[in-house]
Design a protein around this ligand. Structure first.
Ligand SMILES: CC(=O)N[C@H]1[C@@H](OP(=O)(O)OP(=O)(O)OC[C@H]2O[C@@H](n3ccc(=O)[nH]c3=O)[C@H](O)[C@@H]2O)O[C@H](CO)[C@@H](O)[C@@H]1O
Length: 358
């Protein structure tokens, strides 16, 4: 009689940076019986493929300080732990995988209290508080960048890179660029994580004319909350709130201007795309600056603090780079050198080793 498939609960919620690596892992475990754990109103309701049933719980992050609102969050946390325990027990799950964030706490506590193995993936160079706190309770913490290990002295750490969506690993017919960019023109791609970055959008719109004059095209992924969307019109300018087909776009780009979320950086590395990085200044513990430093240190990107970046500086640095194809090529090679294209395979192998072989 064939063995029943291994049951795995994946707790990944909120942003593309948390969801895409988890989806890439799930796709590498085709013989596992996988269900998802998320919250009712976040991106997982749109991004998690139909074949993985989505269980939702109500959970929130802690605010600074401890007042009535924190007490309310604590009550919710206890209730969410109990809900996850129930889901794990009723579904006979054999392990839990998480990419961190607020969903991870209840997931890790519930699974460990039932004696189930937990694999945690942390994609940032500076691991989040949740990872630092819960890492030692997990069976393994897989990290995206090896510098992260130094912040996790008490966990069982393995460096596996960060998994990317399958579109980044295959060049197929349905994976070609469907935007009207002429061959041979310099292409700048601007994006600000999965939500867009209004401050970066503003800087880019104030800077772009000189790039157009130099013959460059700009594809600008603005997010859907940009109050100035539609304000710049130019034949060499394509503005979209979100674009799905990132792999061919980043491969075609001569330069990216981007925030430095771990997901974006991992994709830039896999595609060998040189970049100007503008870390999100309000990210928890300034973790995007630590991510950006990984790229700057190997010569794959230039990093600018948002507070110090003016349209004049941005205009000039972009023009300088567009006029130095050798330097751009070198930056692209440096980015590629730190890519881990088989990251999803490595992470799936780790999950099989810890949770069980199908
Ligand atoms: C503001 C904030 O705290 N963001 C965090 C969030 O990232 P967040 O999800 O915002 O950003 P990431 O850079 O990790 O990922 C963005 C993802 O969205 C995709 N994309 C973006 C635009 C678009 O039009 N189409 C598209 O597919 C990108 O290709 C990428 O895969 O979680 C990451 C992982 O913990 C952190 O490193 C980030 O710092």
């Amino acid at each position: 009689m064939a063995n029943a498939p291994i049951k795995l609960l994946i707790a990944a919620s909120g942003t593309g940076g948390h969801l895409f690596p988890a989806i890439a892992l799930a796709q590498k475990l085709p013989n596992y019986d996988i269900e998802w754990l998320g919250v009712p109103n976040r991106l997982e309701t749109q991004l998690v493929p139909d074949q993985y049933p989505l269980n939702t719980i109500a959970v929130e992050g802690f605010q600074q300080g401890f007042g009535f609102s924190s007490l309310r969050v604590l009550v919710k946390l206890v209730s969410s732990i109990l809900q996850v325990r129930r889901i794990l027990k009723q579904g006979n799950f054999q392990g839990l995988f998480t990419t961190g964030g607020y969903i991870a706490g209840p997931g890790v506590i519930a699974a460990r209290s039932l004696g189930l193995p937990v694999v945690f993936h942390e994609s940032n160079a500076l691991p989040g508080k949740v990872t630092r706190f819960f890492g030692p309770w997990c069976s393994a913490v897989a990290v995206g960048f090896d510098v992260a290990v130094k912040y996790l002295p008490r966990s069982q750490n393995v460096c596996v890179g960060t998994p990317v969506r399958s579109q980044f690993l295959e060049e197929g017919t349905d994976n070609t660029l469907d935007l009207p960019i002429p061959d041979g023109v310099p292409l700048i791609v601007v994006f600000g994580g999965s939500q867009g970055a209004v401050a970066v959008n503003k800087l880019v719109r104030q800077s772009a004319q000189v790039w157009f004059d130099a013959g460059a095209y700009v594809v600008h992924l603005t997010g859907d909350k940009d109050p100035e969307s539609g304000s710049l019109q130019h034949p060499q300018y394509i503005e979209l709130p979100f674009y799905d087909n990132m792999a061919p776009l980043l491969r075609r780009a001569n330069l990216a201007i981007s925030r430095s979320g771990a997901g974006s950086l991992t994709e830039l590395a896999v595609c060998g795309t040189p970049a100007i990085l503008i870390p999100y200044p309000f990210a928890a513990e300034d973790h995007q600056s630590y991510n950006a430093a990984v790229f700057t240190n190997v010569g794959a990107a230039l990093t600018f603090k948002q507070s110090e970046l003016t349209p004049e500086i941005l205009q000039k640095r972009v023009l300088d780079l567009l006029q130095s194809p050798t330097e751009l090529a070198k930056m692209g090679e440096n980015a590629k050198a730190i890519a881990v294209p088989d990251s999803a395979d490595k992470l799936a192998a780790l999950v099989r080793e810890i949770v069980g072989r199908e």
